[in-house]
Write a protein of this length. Structure first.
Length: 195
């Protein structure tokens, strides 16, 4: 789902591109397709429409990988790097991930943030812990509904900080879903490759 607080019912443009496969939209109803775009089995497509029409097209979007394409079989962003993979294994199960971003809280708009994954996850909004999935475990989910966070003020900027630690050697799952529009935040200044 995409959102744009400024779009209202206006027409917006979207371009989708993938590697190692093709995309098929759920529907093309209400969309103005770019030349060469069919919305079916394509590596790249461009179209315009209202947010409602675009979200209807994206709801059920399908990705079909190329023949012979093999993904990493989970979330393994550093296979073969740093201190290497786990002993007698082709995957590196020991890593951490951190994300810091900003968003504008919109009261009554149903903004949510959901994480599904295994091992340690902590999410902070405005410096307050809102998701805590600690410990070694299989995939688990938690959702925070922002309208339930009484300290948030409508149309104010807030920081979201996300911390993840993978340390279980049987699987690695990682999925974030949100209806918030997240902003890029400049990384802190470093003095060396590993500060």
């Amino acid at each position: 789902m995409i959102s744009d607080v400024d779009a209202g019912g206006a027409v917006v443009r979207l371009t989708l591109s993938v590697l190692d496969g093709n995309l098929t939209l759920n529907s093309i109803n209400g969309l103005a397709l770019d030349s060469g775009t069919t919305g079916i089995n394509q590596t790249s497509m461009g179209f315009a429409g209202t947010l409602a029409d675009i979200n209807a097209a994206l709801n059920g979007l399908q990705f079909m990988p190329d023949a012979g394409f093999a993904g990493k079989g989970g979330f393994f962003p550093i296979n073969g790097e740093l201190f290497g993979n786990s002993k007698n294994n082709t995957k590196n199960y020991h890593f951490t991930y951190e994300l810091e971003t900003e968003f504008v809280y919109q009261k009554g708009k149903g903004q949510v943030f959901t994480f599904t994954g295994d091992d340690d996850v902590w999410v902070f909004i405005d410096g307050k812990l809102v998701i805590d999935i600690g410990g070694v475990h299989g995939a688990a989910s938690q959702t925070v509904e922002l309208d339930r966070l009484s300290w948030l003020q409508d149309n104010e900027d807030y920081k979201l900080k996300f911390f993840f630690a993978e340390r279980h050697r049987t699987e690695s799952n990682f999925r974030m879903d949100t209806t918030m529009v997240l902003r890029s935040v400049d990384p802190p200044t470093t003095t060396a490759l590993y500060d």
